[in-house]
Design a protein around this ligand. Structure first.
Ligand SMILES: O=C(O)c1ccccc1NCC(=O)[C@H](O)[C@H](O)COP(=O)(O)O
Length: 261
């Protein structure tokens, strides 16, 4: 059992518990539920930099990254820095996040917000909408093709963008379908936690042009982004590189400024 299997096993229990506590009707009555969403895929298509900056307090690979900063401060600074969107981890047990983090970010910024979560049930998509997300993540490693299809179609019916994440060719081949907006390649091995952008590069030619290509994890240099752009990537998901610094927002400002030069 790898870390993702463990996280997802816990997630099935968590979602079952939450369904008993907060009915769907309550989620649907949130003031944010009918809000017009903001497409991350479009923002990436129209951007020169393509940064999706993440709020990430801790992780299975790095334990504590940053517990001190406020999610609202980080959100505002990421937006001011010129990030295309923000990824907000909402898993509590492994990443120290929450849906309240998403809500606080939504109250602060207009840029597209990705609910970074281990989605296994439509209920979590209703939560995403109710707490102000614009985009959801689906992880091919933990979903069947049928689940990807039904979850992505349900997300589209809620006007949410869909980012589908793969780790290898097999996951990519089973996942391609029209209800996805963005295809993300995760550079982090779930077995060793090692990161290498080589996997983004090797899968790039197999991602059809209809999808916005996103490279995720382990990106820490301008050179890496310039290199990935050569392979057609338009989006770059960066968490730790910003969050490990005392001021993630300032780090993002400096990074994006150099990228723009
Ligand atoms: O970050 C981890 O350790 C991790 C472990 C197991 C499953 C998912 C994990 N991370 C989620 C992410 O996808 C990253 O937070 C995201 O791509 C940003 O990565 P990074 O820039 O390396 O923080």
């Amino acid at each position: 059992m790898n870390i993702l299997d463990k996280i997802v096993a816990d997630k099935y229990k968590e979602v079952a518990l939450k369904k008993g506590l907060i009915p769907v009707k309550q989620l649907e009555s949130s003031v944010l539920f009918d809000r017009n969403t903001n497409s991350l895929a479009n923002a990436l298509r129209n951007s020169n930099t393509g940064i999706i900056a993440e709020h990430k307090r801790r992780s299975p690979s790095k334990a504590v990254i940053n517990q001190k900063v406020s999610v609202q401060d980080v959100a505002l600074e990421y937006q001011t820095a010129g990030a295309c969107g923000m990824s907000v981890l909402t898993d509590g047990k492994y990443f120290g996040g929450s849906l309240d983090d998403l809500l606080l970010a939504r109250a602060t910024v207009q840029m597209p917000l990705l609910r970074k979560e281990f989605i296994i049930d439509e209920y979590q998509l209703l939560e995403a909408k109710a707490y102000g997300a614009d985009v959801i993540l689906l992880i091919a490693a933990v979903l069947s093709r049928d689940q990807i299809k039904s979850l992505s179609e349900f997300a589209k019916s809620l006007s949410l963008d869909v980012l589908l994440e793969v780790h290898n060719q097999e996951e990519l081949e089973k996942s391609i379908m029209p209800s996805l907006d963005m295809l993300g390649v995760n550079n982090r091995s779930l077995k060793t936690f090692e990161v290498s952008t080589e996997i983004s590069k090797s899968l790039s030619t197999q991602i059809p042009d209809d999808f916005v290509k996103v490279s995720e994890s382990g990106i820490s240099s301008i050179e890496a982004i310039q290199d990935l752009k050569e392979y057609g990537y338009k989006g770059f998901l960066i968490g730790e590189n910003f969050m490990k610094t005392e001021n993630p927002g300032t780090s993002a400002v400096e990074f994006i400024k150099i990228l723009n030069q």
